[in-house]
Design a binder for this molecule. Structure first.
Ligand code: ATP
Length: 252
């Protein structure tokens, strides 16, 4: 990204984001609510028009890249509408097809991946009956079915149980080790701290910190990424806000 800017109705949201990412890295992309993380990701996915600056993926300016490059991308959005009336078999054949996968291939691979998550018994059950975590697993599978080189995960652990979280974190490490690039956006700081090769903090539309967790720790005085996040975003009022909040709740 070269000097990426974006405004909504004249209100600047991205104020010049410069970032270069190499393959095989997990980038923990963090920042306060409304900082512009999803906006950046939407631009890179080719879903957001009207931005300034340049976004380059796989060495090519996405403005001139057509749609082919999207086949090399996988995406798990923060909130997704799945087609509820479909079964995972149908849904994965459909999304696989959007990425150019043949029906048989999408079906076979989808079933094997569902098996790995212990869900092959619901391959033909409608998604409408799935729990939040089960849906999330289908979304994760759908993002990976076409073996993309670049992945965008927005709160991918949402709804996953502790066992599945362990598996998924290992999957991330394996994907990165095989050369894939992962943009991992989350508010769960202890996970970001542990899995990221590099942490990029966006604050008020600009990059406020960029480095490994160890590097960021050296530059700042705080110990955990959560504390660092609070320090870098200049937030120290949590105790007072919590106190005021509860006293309003308890008012007669
Ligand atoms: N389509 C839109 N129209 C108008 N304003 C928007 C639109 N999308 C985002 N915004 C505004 O842009 C700012 C950045 O939003 P964005 O969703 O990129 O933040 P974020 O960092 O992903 O936040 P969160 O952590 O809460 O997901 C917010 O102030 C939001 O209200």
């Amino acid at each position: 990204m070269e000097h990426l800017t974006m405004s909504y109705s004249g209100h600047p949201v991205l104020k010049g984001v410069d970032l270069e990412v190499r393959s095989g890295q997990i980038i923990g992309y963090i920042g306060p609510n409304g900082a512009g993380k999803s906006t950046t990701v939407r631009i890179l996915l080719g879903l957001q028009e009207g931005y300034g600056g340049t976004a380059r993926l796989f060495g090519e300016d996405i403005r001139n890249a057509g749609i082919e490059y999207k086949k090399r991308i996988g995406y798990v959005p923060e909130t997704a509408d799945v087609y509820d009336m479909l079964t995972p078999r149908e849904y994965l054949i459909f999304t696989g097809g959007c990425y150019g996968l043949e029906e048989k291939k999408a079906e076979q691979k989808g079933k094997l991946l569902m098996q790995q998550f212990g869900m092959d018994n619901v391959f033909d059950t409608r998604l409408s009956s799935f729990s939040k975590g089960m849906r999330q697993k289908v979304l994760i599978i759908s993002s990976l079915l076409h073996n993309p080189d670049l992945l965008f995960f927005d709160e991918p652990l949402s709804g996953l149980d502790a066992n599945s979280v362990l598996v998924f974190k290992e999957i991330l490490a394996n994907l990165a080790a095989s050369g894939k690039t992962i943009f991992y956006s989350s508010h769960i700081m202890d996970v970001v701290e542990k899995i990221s090769h590099r942490i990029v903090l966006l604050n008020d539309g600009q990059i406020a910190a960029d480095g490994t967790f160890e590097e960021l720790k050296v530059q700042n005085t705080e110990g955990s990424l959560e504390a660092l996040f609070n320090q870098l975003t200049g937030f120290h009022q949590h105790a007072q806000i919590a106190k005021d909040f509860v006293s309003i709740v308890e008012e007669a």
